[in-house]
Design a binder for this molecule. Structure first.
Ligand SMILES: Nc1ncnc2c1ncn2[C@@H]1O[C@H](COP(=O)(O)OP(=O)(O)OP(=O)(O)O)[C@@H](O)[C@H]1O
Ligand SMILES: [Mg+2]
Length: 253
């Protein structure tokens, strides 16, 4: 299993859109795929039309009264399952602090699923906290949607510096451009200059498009209602670029 965390310290950058659309493409490509909606806002859960709420909440998961396997729900799509969000996730930091090894709790919880799924997508809440440290310990790849603006690049640099300081050997950080508006000169300049912290980014980028916003109305992955749109094509191109990189990592681990 390859664990991909859609993560950014910043909010509203396209993490959930990436988790939903890329997980759908992974499943469509034949891989058993699980999405874990770790954000108490429950946006991914909403897009997949599943009721948020885990019986007993996060508490029961962390107390091992309930295994992750017990709370998995099937989506409307084959090979694609979801662990719904739960509003109690807002207290996850506090719960983690009470654990004996608070940094690796999430990793332990997902371990039993290794042989069931090819891909696990973690849809993360914005912020950097003890939950993030758990995510960094559990994930193989951090997929970081980045809007091409100066402040977003600064935040990306903070994240890369933090990961460097923790010397994570297992973790690849892959930023990609999200919500790109090529009419804006700053967006064009930043995405065309692929040096420095973005040299690792896929060539494909996700354009700013109302078709993506429509996911909230349609409550479905983009591919299912706007297959021919440039944004849907962008997610397909991105997944096609990411897949060999993910598989190569899996072989190394
Ligand atoms: N490429 C895009 N073009 C236009 N709108 C987009 C695009 N990607 C996402 N959006 C819209 O922007 C909003 C934020 O997107 P999304 O929920 O994916 O971001 P997020 O990083 O997960 O946010 P949060 O930090 O709140 O979890 C949503 O309303 C979504 O529909
Ligand atoms: Mg989100």
């Amino acid at each position: 299993m390859i664990t991909i965390a859609c993560y950014n310290i910043k909010g509203g950058v396209g993490k959930t859109a990436a988790a939903v659309n890329l997980s759908y493409l992974a499943a469509q490509g034949g891989a058993n795929t699980l999405v874990w909606d770790l954000d108490p806002q429950g946006a991914a859960t909403f897009y997949f039309r599943i009721k948020p709420r885990i019986k007993g909440g996060t508490f029961s998961l962390f107390q091992r009264k309930r295994e992750l396997d017990d709370v998995i729900k099937a989506t409307d799509f084959s090979r694609l399952d979801l662990v719904p969000a739960d509003f109690s996730y807002r207290n996850m930091d506090l719960l983690l602090e009470q654990q004996r090894k608070p940094g690796t709790r999430l990793k332990k919880l997902i371990k039993p699923l290794q042989s069931e799924y090819h891909f696990l997508f973690l849809d993360c809440a914005p912020s950097i906290s003890l939950v993030s440290e758990n995510i960094f310990a559990a994930a193989d790849v951090l997929l970081v949607p980045t809007i091409p603006t100066t402040l977003s690049l600064r935040t990306l640099k903070q994240l890369l510096d933090f990961c460097d300081s923790m010397a994570y050997e297992h973790l690849a950080v892959i930023p990609f451009f999200s919500m790109v508006d090529r009419r804006k000169s700053l967006h064009r300049e930043i995405i065309d200059d692929r040096s420095g912290i973005l040299q690792n980014a896929p060539v494909s980028y996700i354009p700013y498009a109302s078709d993506v916003e429509q996911m909230g109305v349609r409550r479905a992955p983009l591919e299912t209602y706007a297959h021919a749109s440039p944004a849907a094509r962008a997610y397909r191109d991105m997944w096609a670029e990411l897949l060999p990189r993910l598989l190569a990592r899996n072989r190394r681990n």
